[in-house]
Design a protein around this ligand. Structure first.
Ligand code: GLN
Length: 254
């Protein structure tokens, strides 16, 4: 029985950075662990809270520019520890505004540049309120499989040579609406623009994160597959919606 197998997840700024149901990612990971008898302890980390304990997974959701500013200042205090954790193989999932702050910087439409913590060799620029936001359903290809989600961001993220994209956009904007990239990966850290929340409708990606964390903390422990009937139905429905919209668009543009 795997009851002695446990993981610790540090949830950064849960009340500040929680747009479009990003907290659903935590609920999904808890459920997917519980169904295999793996204990997942979630520790919520707010502004000025201590992050000097051992954790296996780090999560940060999205937030509007105002909340991002508050989080950015505090994140700088935690930057060295987080970078060391990522270098040691800790798994991270950071979404949208959180993703932007794990890059080198985020330049909002107005106001000063927000320094990021440089986990990703990436930078984000919001080109101004006159530029349409990147909003809508997204389908992107990740390691031969599809990821589905919802995006809503003004910032455009560009990747440097030290970061590789998480996925290739099939439909939607992704990082910047220009180069077809979505998200970023560095070691076991994953940045993405996909809200939704992401993990419940992408069970294979959810288990990928759990397997990485378990391999690091409990080598040899095997995460059993789940049936994922409802998750797959939700995933397929999201893909179908985008395909239908693409059909309309192609007919419209004929
Ligand atoms: N404020 C950032 C932007 O608009 C991130 C938004 C978000 O987290 N959804 O790009």
């Amino acid at each position: 029985m795997s009851s002695e197998v446990g993981l610790v997840l540090a949830h950064l700024y849960p009340s500040l950075m929680n747009l479009y149901g990003d907290r659903g990612n935590i609920i999904c990971l808890k459920q997917r662990c519980a169904r295999r008898g793996v204990r997942l302890e979630v520790r919520e980390i707010g502004i000025s809270d201590d992050l000097s304990f051992k954790y296996d997974i780090l999560f940060m959701g999205g937030g509007q520019d105002k909340e991002q500013k508050r989080a950015a200042d505090d994140l700088q205090e935690k930057a060295v520890a987080i970078r060391e954790a990522i270098e040691s193989g800790v798994v991270a999932l950071v979404v949208c505004g959180g993703y932007q702050l794990f890059g080198r910087y985020y330049q909002p439409a107005e106001g000063p540049r927000l320094e990021g913590i440089g986990v990703f060799d990436a930078w984000t620029v919001h080109q101004g309120s006159h530029v349409p936001r990147c909003i809508g359903n997204v389908v992107a290809e990740w390691e031969g499989k599809l990821l589905v989600g919802f995006e809503n961001h003004g910032g455009r993220t560009y990747l440097g040579p030290g970061a590789r994209p998480l996925a290739k956009v099939v439909s939607g904007h992704g990082n910047n609406s220009e180069d077809g990239s979505e998200g970023a990966v560095y070691r076991n850290a994953f940045g993405t623009y996909l809200h939704g929340s992401l993990l419940p409708k992408n069970p294979q990606f959810a288990d990928h994160l759990l397997r990485l964390a378990l391999e690091r903390r409990h080598p040899g422990f095997e995460l059993q597959a789940l049936e994922d009937v409802l998750e797959t139905q939700a995933h397929e429905a999201a893909v179908g919606m985008v395909r239908q919209r693409q059909g309309w668009l192609s007919r419209l543009l004929r």
